[in-house]
Design a protein around this ligand. Sequence first.
Ligand code: PXG
Length: 466
Amino acid sequence: MLLSDTNMPTAELQALDAAHHLHPFTDTGELNRKGTRVITSAEGVYLFDSDGNKILDAMAGLWCVNVGYGRKSITEAVTRQMERLPYYNTFFQTSHPPVIALAKAVADLAPEGMNRVFFGNSGSDANDTNLRMVRHYWASLGKPEKRVIIGRNNSYHGSTVGAVSLGGMAAMRAQGGTPLSEIEHIDQPYWYGEGGDTDPNAFGLERARQLEAKIDAIGEDRIAAFIAEPIQGAGGVIIPPDSYWPEIQRILAERDILFIADEVICGFGRTGEWFGSTYYGIRPDIMTIAKGLSSGYLPIGGSIVSDKVAQALEDHGGEFIHGYTYSGHPACCAAALENLRILSDENIVGRVKDETAPYLRDQWLKLADHPLVGEARIVGMFGALELTPDKASRARFAADGGTVGLMCREFCFANGLVMRAVGDSMIISPPLVITKAEIDEFIALAVKALDLTHAKLKAEGMMVAA
Ligand code: PXG
């Protein structure tokens, strides 16, 4: 019998996991002292673990299960494709129907003027593709010195060498010999954490104008591209002030620099629009996609490339010497195609925008009244709560950063809810299909976790500012 089909007791599963499985983004010693939670099945917005607990998944897996769990039509589409053509490559003058259909479907959804797709397996490898593609683009146009890419501190673009280099997570960049050269960073538009007494919109302008200053300092003739998430996800759901994106767009419009919007989380409905770029009215040259493209049912990612860039590469680029064995994998394309059909036919993105996101927003923003919450912010199905010992000053806790967030996360899980902690903020990204009744249940669970965290902090004398 396959291990995955057994009803092996949790302790045995944990012991085998500890013995043989190395987890991502994990301190293995610490994990193995605590033991993993073993998730065995899922349906709709709920997970079930090996002890039979039911857990409301307000993170949609890892920001990806947009259509919810248990979609049989995706399983069936994948099965049909696996039986017909489980694999073939797209390298040597070959193609296949699912990749052709998916490229067309993605182009139809993408903003105007973006009609070509380069496929990979994840958001990370797609950003490596982007790094190589934008430098190759400028070299093809006779400007090989345009190589510098500007990213932002505390952004997340993935874990491969290129993606880590583009990203702005300081601790990540310090491990493993990264970053690559000729990548620069500007500060993030994180008003709550870094804005101090500045008015949010003034702060947004200040942070946007760092891009202008950076370009001018390095020289436009050396800059290939700017890369940014419309809303930073892993960095803590950083929703920029309203002034930020229009100013960035102005700066980019005045300069001959490509713009890569990393839509890995924002894409496919999270904001209530199909893409974060549409939500903010920004005009990228390349969009990174993954996660919601297949709702995580199978791994697939890629880059949506503008006609301008694609045409220049077609006319002047020659061979783009780059690709992955599984670029446009037929089964993954079949999963993505069926996922996009569900999102469209069930009007899931429209329902988020008009019905469920406004409903969630009303309740989420009320959490700012909780004594532990310094700010509640949300766009679409994408939100954060900043925990603080002192609402007025937006102070950090005296305890090490992340202690309180982790405490709250553990109270969530113990009470049947997944919310993720980033430092001492709690973040959410529920499946886009979450209903109003499920939102009520979710908010009640979140309040319970906040109350329990607050009570413990008070009992232990930890409601103390740094
Ligand atoms: N770009 C963005 C904006 C992402 O959020 C990636 C690229 C990389 O995608 P892949 O498919 O290679 O993982 C991501 C991924 C977290 C967390 O802890 C977030 C991600 C991945 C792992 C953990 O919030 N986002």
